[in-house]
Ligand binder design. Structure first.
Ligand code: ZN
Length: 281
């Protein structure tokens, strides 16, 4: 046990500073995006079966709506640039910029070297939830995705309908890739409708029953052409366990909404990040 320094309390009492103040972050024109979204019409849809994943392509300027149907259900979302699987959703940087959970006005950022907004949250019917007494909130970017490797480590059992495997199979189909090639592109997710946080005493990742109910939805304005892949998590509402066939599971609906073209006047897709990539050489 290391000796506790005399000024330990003083060191603990130092006030935190925000790592990434967002005052200089380019802000979306929310009035324009929300006007475009409100006038948009359904142009395509896919139902994600329970304990499976499905994909849909979302043209830039369109809206991806993810809806709860039939019962409380959590979804694990992967996003790719439609024509380049190397550009994918970057959960960690999104967390660093916007915090542990996202809601209306927050953006979903892409991986290096692209680092640009892939999508902007334009509606969230669970926005009222806020942060509960346990520190829990909805739509997290702190979890990874339930996967068969961690399941094997913890339980010694192979479970194939976890989100990682569901996403792998759906991406293999969508991108016409062999299974193991597709798996390399699967990444940490946006946990749609999932209610999570960290315990205050031990700092452990926790989940609790999602407050989502049928009819609730999360609307993502596509800033670039997207391939969206969504798994209906085997945890269902994630109130008890995942990585098994025990929990009650329900489908999730993905819809693509096409705005009136004139509603996009003044909007342009974001360019890839402007850093010159010379890294000091
Ligand atoms: Zn899952």
């Amino acid at each position: 046990m290391n000796k506790i320094p005399d000024d330990a309390e003083a060191r603990r009492a130092v006030k935190p500073v925000i790592c990434y103040p967002v005052e200089t972050l380019p802000q979306p024109d929310m009035a324009l995006l929300q006007r475009a979204a409100s006038g948009a019409q359904v142009a395509g849809q896919v139902m994600v079966p329970p304990r499976e994943a499905a994909s849909i392509r979302v043209p830039a300027g369109h809206v991806l709506r993810i809806s709860s149907v039939d019962g409380p259900q959590v979804g694990d979302l992967n996003l790719f640039a439609a024509d380049n699987l190397d550009e994918r959703f970057y959960s960690g940087k999104t967390r660093a910029l916007h915090g542990t959970h996202v809601t209306t006005g927050d953006r979903l950022w892409s991986s290096f070297p692209y680092l640009r907004p892939m999508a902007t949250v334009v509606a969230d019917t669970l926005g009222w939830y806020g942060i509960d007494e346990f520190g829990g909130s909805v739509h997290d970017v702190i979890g990874t995705r339930c996967d068969p490797y961690t399941g094997r480590l913890l339980s010694g059992v192979d479970y194939h309908h976890c989100c990682h495997s569901n996403l792998t199979r759906a991406l293999a189909d969508a991108a016409d890739l062999p299974l193991h090639d597709a798996e390399r592109h699967v990444h940490d997710v946006l946990n749609v409708f999932m209610c999570t946080g960290f315990t205050r005493d031990t700092g452990q990742y926790f989940m609790k029953a999602s407050p989502v109910r049928p009819g609730d939805h999360l609307d993502l304005f596509a800033e670039i052409d997207l391939l969206a892949v969504l798994s209906a998590c085997p945890g269902g509402d994630c109130s008890a366990e995942h990585s098994s066939d025990t929990a009650a599971c329900y489908p999730l609906l993905m819809e693509v909404l096409a705005p009136q073209p004139s509603d996009l006047d003044g909007w342009t897709p974001p360019a890839v990040n402007a850093y010159d990539r010379t890294h000091g050489r």
